[in-house]
Design a protein around this ligand. Sequence first.
Ligand SMILES: NC(=O)c1ccc[n+]([C@@H]2O[C@H](COP(=O)([O-])OP(=O)(O)OC[C@H]3O[C@@H](n4cnc5c(N)ncnc54)[C@H](O)[C@@H]3O)[C@@H](O)[C@H]2O)c1
Length: 280
Amino acid sequence: MTDVVAPGRVAVVTGAASGIGLALSERFAAEGMRVVMADVEEPALAAAADALRQHGADVLPVVTDVADEASVEALRDAALTTYGAVHVLCNNAGVGGPHGPVWTASRGDLEWVMGVNVWGVLHGIRAFVPVLLEQDAGHVVNTASIFGLFAGTLGIYGPSKHTVVALSEALHSQLREAGAPVGVTVLCPSAVRTNIATSDRNRPATAGPSAGSGPAEQASVEHMAGLVDAGRPPAEVAGLVVDAIRSQRFYVLTDTRREPAILARARAIVDGSAPLPPLG
Ligand SMILES: NC(=O)c1ccc[n+]([C@@H]2O[C@H](COP(=O)([O-])OP(=O)(O)OC[C@H]3O[C@@H](n4cnc5c(N)ncnc54)[C@H](O)[C@@H]3O)[C@@H](O)[C@H]2O)c1
C-alpha cells in the first residue's frame, strides 16, 4: 500500500491537545504531514497547536467534542476546507471515568465514558471513512487499551475499550471485503505517561454529578495514576503507531508484560472458565 505517512499527506488526530494524541500530532508533523488537531479542551489545544507551529508545522486546531456527531462532522468539513483531503484518521480521544462497579455508576457516568470512548470512534468512522475511500490510500488508527483485550475493568472503561477493539476488527474486515486501500490499526496501550488520570477535567456538566467513590475505588484511581506516571513516554507510542501504519500492523501493544493475560483470556474462553481478576 502507498505510504500515507509522508510529506503533504493529511492526518486528523482526536484528543490532540495532550498525551498520546499530542505525540501523534508531533510525529506526523515531523514527517512533513499536515495535521488537523481536534480536542474538546480549547486552551490546551490552542497552546499545543501554537507550539507545533513554532517548529514550522502546518496544523489546524479544531475544537471538537467527539461524543457529538455534528461536532465531528464539522471537524471533517474544516479538514476538507483547509486541506482538501484526509489520509490518516486517529480516533484517539478517550476518558477514564469512575472505577467503581457498573451498578454503582450514575447514568451520566456511563453516558460520558461510552459517549467519548465508543460513540467518539463511531462518529469518526462514519464521518471520515467515506473521505479516506476517496483517496489513493488511507489508514484508521483507533486507540483502545490493553483493557480492551482482557478483563481489566475500571468500571465501564474496560468494556468501552473492548468495544473499540471489536469495532476496529469489524472495520478492518469490512474494508478488506470492499477491496479498499484503507488500513486499520488498533492501539492497545498499557500505561503511558499522559494526563489520563485527570480525565474528569473534561467531564461535561450535562453528565451531572458522578456517583462518587468509595475507599476501594479511590485506591484503584491512585494505583492507576501511579502506573500512568511510570508509563512509557507518549513519543515512543507514537513511533509504534507510525511503524504500524507503514507495515500495516493491526494490533499494537506497548508492553509485553501483559501478553500472558491476553493468552489466559483466550484459554479461558476455549475452556469455558471464568475470566481472571483484572491485572491478576
Ligand atoms: N495513558 C494511558 O496509560 C492509556 C492506556 C491505555 C489507553 N489509553 C487511551 O489513550 C487515549 C489518549 O489518552 P491519553 O492517555 O493521551 O490521555 P490525555 O488525557 O493526556 O489525552 C486525552 C485527550 O482527549 C481529550 N478529550 C477528552 N474528551 C474529549 C472529547 N469529548 N472530545 C475530544 N477530545 C476529548 C482531552 O482533552 C485530552 O486532550 C485515550 O483513548 C485513552 O483511553 C491511555
